[in-house]
Design a protein around this ligand. Structure first.
Ligand code: HEM
Length: 505
């Protein structure tokens, strides 16, 4: 009896003490529910939300998401709400709304979906918001100037050649091999050299723990994002996910911090970088050089240069190159057309690929763009709504997330005829006339668009040109057997199993 009274008094005291927060919370939830009730979506139940009916296996989940996208697009809706537990995520399926959101200078904060990435990516350009993001963006943009990118061309070419040496062993073989790890290691070597000025030789040292750690971080972060019960730390660790995640972060961070510290030490000892007009300095050196002028600390540089640029670049470009190769292996007509273009520019020479050559490779560029439409390397990205906003007649309330999904947008048959078909000529200028610019957004758009898109296209063009100059790539594995798994990066469910054969030119 006594205990019951104590508990009652304690409860009343607690309610009184937290009453202000409680009232604010109830008001917030009511506002959220009021506005969410006007947005359609698959059935949701209290607490578990839509997750109770989400498919467990990633490949099934992908098909389910596509199905929902098509269903609501066909009904003429522009937004769909998915309840991830008690948290509403509003998926944008109309390019008009995508434009309003991506061009907004207010909705620039990344969604809570990225919280899991914080310990990994820090709060540098990729994840930061507000003034910090604005000043970082301004500071970093000049380091992606085309003159600087041109200076990296020799690195792209050199690493592409190493990749060809690695592939030599598969020439003419009858058994498929997965070309994806080769592409990834090449992309990793490129980013290490261009971002940090170091050679990690991932291409020749195949068991690179860094690549394996990044792979595992991608998978774990995706699981975390779509399974709300993992948001509870005890479950996150009890399932082993947390420990694996922490260990992978340590591998990635130890490696990059070591490199940065060495560069900073060199810069301090030399009292500045020596003049060398023959070689482009890596991003890291540029940042160290402008550090004082821009008011950066060494900690800022650690945060900025390494993790985001590393992560975003090597995985996204590798996925882009892999899917382009996969699409071309299934569309021999396109592959032949590409090889004709390559032969016109290079003849049968084995010479280096220059920036001027790349400008002539227009069909190759269309092939890459079309693969990014069908299989965008970043399948979706998110924003957090920090105060109620009105967009095209909808109120998106504070506390919800907005998901922009290039993957769903690129499959909307209202904007892309026969969306399942691989057709690089969609990107011919004449065919682009009148197209909604936000119906194709692999690099996002607006003030927070991808800062590295020119770098990505230049790198992809160089490596793919080198590959298709030398080899014809085919596969007997059906196109549809290889599903894009929408983790942070659109990962192929079966890698990219292909056959290669040297060309006679
Ligand atoms: C095919 C390759 C790539 C694709 C498809 C891609 C796609 C994207 C997308 C969709 C975003 C926006 C994400 C969001 O708003 O949440 C983004 C942002 C970003 N990307 Fe890329 N990316 C690629 C390659 C690269 C490369 C090569 C680099 C650097 C070398 C890079 C650096 C960044 C950075 C720093 C941001 C954050 C920009 C900001 O928030 O202001 N990306 N990228």
């Amino acid at each position: 009896m006594h205990i019951a009274i104590y508990i009652l008094i304690l409860t009343i005291l607690l309610v009184l003490f937290y009453s202000k927060q409680l009232i604010a919370f109830i008001k917030h939830r009511r506002n959220l529910l009021k506005h969410m009730s006007k947005i359609p979506g698959p059935h949701a139940i209290p607490l578990l939300g839509t997750t109770y009916q989400m498919k467990w296996r990633t490949r099934d989940l992908l098909l389910q998401m596509r199905g929902w996208g098509v269903e609501f697009q066909n009904k003429g809706y522009e937004l769909v709400v998915l309840w991830l537990g008690p948290h509403p995520s509003v998926v944008v399926i109309s390019p008009d709304i995508a434009r309003a959101i991506l061009e907004s200078n207010d909705i620039i904060t990344k969604g809570p979906e990225y919280d899991i990435l914080m310990p990994w990516l820090g709060t540098g350009l990729l994840i930061s918001t507000g003034e910090k993001w604005r000043s970082r963006r301004k500071m970093i943009t000049p380091t992606f100037h085309f003159n600087i990118l041109n200076g990296f061309q020799a690195v792209f070419d050199h690493q592409a050649r190493i990749m060809m040496e690695q592939l030599e062993t598969y020439d003419g073989k009858r058994e498929h091999f997965d070309i994806f790890p080769y592409i990834k290691r090449c992309a990793l070597d490129i980013i290490c050299e261009t971002a940090m000025g170091i050679t990690v030789s991932a291409q020749t040292d195949h068991n690179n723990p860094y690549v394996q750690a990044v792979q595992s971080l991608n998978i774990l972060a995706f699981n975390y994002q779509r399974r709300p019960w993992l948001w509870l730390k005890p479950i996150w660790y009890a399932t082993g996910n947390g420990y694996e995640y922490d260990a992978s972060i340590k591998t990635v961070s130890d490696f990059t911090i070591k490199v940065i510290n060495e560069r900073i030490r060199d810069f301090e000892q030399l009292g500045g970088w020596p003049e060398d007009n023959t070689k482009q300095r890596p991003f890291l050196d540029m940042l160290i050089e402008i550090r004082k002028e821009k008011g950066l600390t060494y900690e800022d540089i650690r945060e900025e240069n390494v993790c985001p640029i590393h992560h975003t670049s090597h995985d996204t470009t590798a996925a882009g190159m892999g899917w382009t190769t996969w699409c071309l292996a299934h569309n021999m007509k396109c592959q032949r057309k590409l090889q004709e273009e390559l032969d016109e520019v290079f003849g049968n020479s084995d010479r280096e690929i220059t920036v001027d050559d790349l400008k002539k490779l227009k069909y190759l560029e269309r092939c890459i763009k079309e693969a990014l439409r069908l299989r965008p390397s970043v399948p979706h990205f998110a924003r957090k709504v920090e105060k109620d906003v009105e967009i095209n007649g909808y109120t998106l309330p504070k506390g919800c997330s907005i998901i922009i999904s290039p993957m769903l947008m690129h499959f909307n048959s209202r904007f892309h005829e026969n969306p399942e078909n691989y057709d690089p000529d969609r990107f011919l200028e004449d065919n682009l006339a009148g197209k909604h610019p936000y119906s194709y957004i692999p690099f996002s758009a607006g003030p927070r668009n991808c800062i590295g898109q020119k770098f990505a296209i230049q790198e992809e063009k160089t490596i793919l040109a080198t590959l298709f100059r030398k080899y014809t790539v085919t596969t007997h594995i059906p196109y549809t057997d290889n599903l894009p798994l929408p983790e942070i990066i659109n990962r192929p469910s079966n890698g990219f199993p292909v056959l290669i054969k040297k060309r006679n030119i």
